[in-house]
Design a protein around this ligand. Structure first.
Ligand code: 13P
Length: 251
């Protein structure tokens, strides 16, 4: 059956020193505990190897927040999926709305990134979600369908079954405005149906679909109480142990 997952996305926050302190703090806080979900932290590239070395990676998985759409070569400043994997990170967040909006990542580019991530043994946490105008126009179902189809639906059954989906409505990211648990459940069910119609019901049933967007200790329980909400991708509230731990413990 599918896994419950709580993943932090630190975004462009923390120096190496601060990031190590945060990762070690979380690691310590989880000692002697057995969370009922997988715990992942998505750190900046610069922190990956050091964080992997500093924590118990059986307890906390480590994710990059991006990888290149090229294998290797003359692409100054880029970080390949193979490089990410070589740090010991096991996951990569792909298709975040901030990358789509600010760095012009197209569905085609994301499709290539997903393929390279999988080829290097990384689990993609693939983000989808509509902007406010699309939600208000009632187009959110079509938007997420298109995002999934255009970047993921050429994958084989076997490869698709390795993907984690994160539904993050753009209007809820960093705004303090969360989707209601019913809104999250409604669209997660829809996403699962879309997956089932392309692949098969068992693949859809086994796919972890996370919610992201202003998730915090106060709203996590209600959101994850919904049958199709399998956890969360947390931005702001993942930046301190104090805020992140109660989210992990919500299951
Ligand atoms: P916030 O939790 O800060 O709203 O960010 C959500 C997010 O974008 C996680 O990827």
């Amino acid at each position: 059956m599918r896994k419950n997952i709580i993943a932090g996305n630190w975004k462009m926050n923390t120096t190496l020193c601060e990031g190590l302190e945060l990762a070690k703090g979380l690691n310590e806080a989880l000692q002697g505990k057995t969370p009922k979900c997988d715990v992942i932290i998505g750190t900046p590239f610069t922190h990956l190897a050091s964080v992997v070395a500093a924590i118990d990676t059986n307890k906390i998985g480590v994710a990059a927040q991006n990888c290149a759409d090229k294998e290797k070569g003359a692409y100054t400043g880029e970080v390949s999926a193979a490089m990410v994997a070589s740090t010991g990170a096991k996951y990569v967040i792909l298709g975040h709305s901030e990358r789509r909006a600010y760095y012009h990542e197209t569905p085609e580019i994301l499709k290539t990134k997903v393929i390279l991530a999988l080829a290097n043994g990384l689990t993609p946490i693939f983000c989808i979600g509509e902007v406010l105008e699309e939600r208000e126009a009632g187009k959110h179902f079509d938007v997420v369908d298109e995002q999934i189809k255009s970047s993921l639906f050429d994958l084989s059954r076997e490869d698709f079954s390795k993907i984690v989906i994160a539904y993050e409505p753009v209007w809820a990211i960093g705004t303090g405005k969360t989707a209601s648990a019913d809104q999250a459940q409604e669209i997660h069910t829809h996403i699962r149906q879309t997956i089932a119609s392309k692949y098969e019901q068992s693949i859809a049933d086994n796919c972890s679909i996370l919610y992201g967007g202003s998730m915090n200790a106060g709203n996590v329980k209600e959101l994850v109480s919904k049958p199709d909400v399998d956890g969360g991708l947390i931005g702001g509230a993942s930046l301190s142990v104090e805020n992140f731990l109660p989210i992990v413990e919500a299951f």
